[in-house]
Design a protein around this ligand. Structure first.
Ligand SMILES: [Zn+2]
Length: 343
């Protein structure tokens, strides 16, 4: 019998951090983090501080390459590199362009590095978008921002006619500020996590659910089916294998409701096309014939054979055609060693 591979449009990762692709294998932090805030302080805020633009370039290329090889053709990225802010969104956009993956960039504005840091973050969002970059205005999270900074970011997004991309109520420490941010939200916003948002909250825009990250950080379950908003799926920086994230989203929902069907998590995956509609025109040919939720929920290891983005074949028989994969991996390993030495 002849094997007929299944096809889908390009998948969308609705929340990614391409800057974190080099983080795997990083040295253990000086103190073992015991809660979510300590994980931020001991791991991510040490890592982002140590980044320069060269590390970022190869981190983004590696992340984009891995997305492509997972059938993900569009990434909605949220970036922070407090010691290399200016030009950072260009570096990410160029890296993705070279690999051939679509990207929507945002710089996560924060007051963690004083008012100058917040200003520089706002300026990077503004510069990138005014120069024609595809982006949203990023805010790290309400709990690391002064109210004035949040207002400035919201105002800038309105002025530029784009949405805001912001972490909301990921951990207990951000539970209080989440509702206030949700109240300001507009239809073009992307709110990420919402784990500790209260029930019945009015949420405009999309809510990005990142089940693997939430489990990894021990922050709890977001129960995304309780929201009326457009729920989308992200990885929060742990790769861009969206079929895998779909499986996790399903089984996590199932853990809390054994009547849950994979159709819900599949719809969350498909909702990503509302954020990057062009990805729907991309084509992925898979190693499995039946690309539908009940099959994929219980079939692991499904991988793309061919990927076409915007009419160009970027993956052929599992091999990337746009960039030298071995070189990307080698350069990324070199930059990871530099990054670890900087920590
Ligand atoms: Zn995130």
């Amino acid at each position: 019998m002849e094997f007929v591979p299944g096809t889908t449009p390009g998948l969308v990762c609705a929340h990614h951090h391409l800057y974190s692709a080099l983080a795997r294998g990083m040295p253990a932090p000086p103190e073992t983090p015991t809660n979510f805030l300590e994980i931020l302080e001991q791991v991510w805020w040490r890592l982002d501080t140590a980044l320069d633009l060269e590390m970022l370039e190869w981190s983004a290329k590696l992340g984009a390459l891995e997305a492509l090889k997972s059938g993900c053709t569009a990434i909605v990225d949220h970036h922070e590199s407090p010691n290399a802010i200016e030009g950072s969104l260009d570096v990410i956009a160029s890296a993705c362009e070279e690999v051939g993956v679509r990207v929507v960039c945002a710089y996560g504005v924060t007051d963690r590095h004083g008012p100058e840091g917040a200003k520089a973050g706002l300026a990077e969002n503004e510069r990138f978008i005014r120069e024609g970059g595809r982006g949203m205005v990023g805010i790290h999270a309400a709990f690391t921002c002064e109210l004035g900074t949040i207002d400035a970011a919201v105002g800038l997004a309105e002025e530029l006619g784009v949405g805001v991309h912001v972490h909301v109520a990921e951990g207990f420490n951000d539970a209080g500020s989440g509702a206030a941010l949700a109240r300001r939200s507009k239809a073009n916003w992307l709110l990420v996590h919402g784990v500790h948002l209260p029930d019945g909250i009015e949420l405009a825009g999309s809510l990005a659910h990142n089940p693997r990250s939430n489990m990894n950080n021990g922050v709890g379950y977001a129960h995304p089916s309780r929201f009326n908003s457009n729920v989308v799926l992200g990885t929060d920086g742990i790769g861009a294998d969206m079929l895998d994230e779909f499986r996790l989203a399903f089984v996590k929902q199932r853990e809390h409701d054994v009547l849950a069907t994979p159709d819900t998590a599949w719809r969350w995956l498909e909702n990503g096309w509302d954020l990057v509609p062009e990805a729907k025109e991309d084509t992925v040919t898979w190693s499995y014939p039946t690309m539908e939720p009940w099959h994929l929920a219980y079939t692991t290891g499904v991988h793309p054979l061919d990927v076409s983005i915007d009419g160009t074949k970027v993956l052929a028989r599992g091999a990337v055609t746009t960039i030298d994969e071995a070189e990307v991996r080698a350069k990324a390993a070199e930059q990871a060693a530099r990054l670890f030495a900087n920590l």
